[in-house]
Design a binder for this molecule. Structure first.
Ligand code: GDP
Ligand code: ZN
Length: 312
């Protein structure tokens, strides 16, 4: 059938077996799906009940003019953030969160701490990239990141403009969300890691029918030559990272250094505030736990309780 004829019969099923693929990008009810043979297909999702995210694996029926998503394969995780009003999907099937920081911009450490909590709460590994190793102030940056290394998080130094090879082993086989304040170098890293795919954004946009690439949405970049099907998701524009959808117990467990202390407070419903016999406050007093981490936990618990409403 000619291209024009196909256009003229949009969304008429052509038949044949269902194809499997990965959701690369989305715009309303339109999805760019990368089929396992590498072909990019613009797809629609029928019905309103299914929530679909980038990173989901789907079964697709080929139709004239594109595809129709017939099924979503079971997902391991659904990584999201929230504000007081709603949850925002970032990506499905994530195994790792990589945060990017650099010496030439001021780091929002609360934001960084929130990424770590999100990673832990979704059972994802967290890795910190210290980018722009070529710039002055890089050693001071590494010094500032030492407390995160002490908590057990890998710090990977690199210069995205030069050489990203130190990051490759950390990405291999993982399904990563790349996260960072604007200007830290995420796009530069992605272009170095997945150059073939980064050049294909026009194809993705045309699959979505958006005309041009919209940078406010998540885009998934399959890693080249990764037999395990690893990918990196870029999720721009996250100046805040709400965690109100996480329950207080989940939040507390997301602080690795507090885990051994949980359950050892005198009161079972201890808020680790001014309660007597609080194991966490005792650890802070001994110098074993950083006070600002406990302050963040309290703030997150308060945020989460407020979102749940009074009495919940
Ligand atoms: P994004 O907003 O996180 O996507 O950041 P970009 O990738 O657009 O990078 C922001 C700026 O930092 C750009 O001007 C890059 O050229 C620059 N940049 C990225 N990586 C490096 C690096 O390793 N060294 C230096 N000196 N600059 C870098
Ligand atoms: Zn306590």
């Amino acid at each position: 059938m000619s291209r024009a004829a196909r256009r003229g019969h949009a969304h008429i099923a052509v038949g044949g077996p269902l194809l499997e693929g990965l959701v690369i990008a989305s715009h309303r009810r339109h999805f760019a799906v990368r089929l396992d043979d590498g072909e990019m297909l613009g797809c629609v999702l029928k019905g309103r009940s299914t929530a679909l995210a980038c990173g989901d694996r789907v079964r697709v029926a080929r139709m004239a003019g594109g595809g129709s998503i017939e099924a979503v394969l079971p997902r391991t995780t659904l990584f999201h953030r929230s504000d007081a009003f709603r949850e925002k999907l970032i990506a499905a099937n994530v195994t790792q969160v990589v945060g990017v920081v650099a010496p030439d911009l001021s780091i929002d450490e609360e934001l960084l701490a929130r990424w770590i909590v999100a990673a832990e709460a979704h059972d994802c590994r967290f890795v910190l990239v210290a980018n722009k190793a070529d710039l002055p102030g890089f050693d001071a940056l590494l010094g500032r990141l030492a407390p995160y290394a002490a908590l057990g998080y890998a710090v990977v130094p690199l210069s995205a403009k030069g050489d990203v090879s130190s990051l490759r082993p950390w990405l291999a086989g993982q399904r990563t969300v790349l996260i960072g304040q604007s200007g830290m170098g995420k796009s530069t890293i992605l272009n170095a890691i997945a150059p073939q795919f980064a050049a294909k954004t026009a194809e993705v946009s045309s699959a979505l029918g958006t005309g041009r690439h919209t940078t406010t949405h998540t885009t998934v970049y399959p890693l080249p030559d990764d037999p395990a099907g690893g990918w990196v998701a870029d999720s721009p524009g996250m100046k805040t990272f709400g965690l109100a959808h996480l329950a207080p117990e989940t939040l507390a467990h997301a602080f690795v250094e507090l885990r051994p202390l949980l359950g050892h407070c005198r009161f079972r419903d201890c808020r680790h505030d001014r309660e007597p016999g609080c194991a966490i406050n005792a650890a802070v007093a001994r110098g074993g736990v950083m006070p600002h981490r406990v302050e963040l936990l309290r703030a997150l618990v308060a945020e989460s309780s407020a979102a749940r409403g009074p009495g919940k």
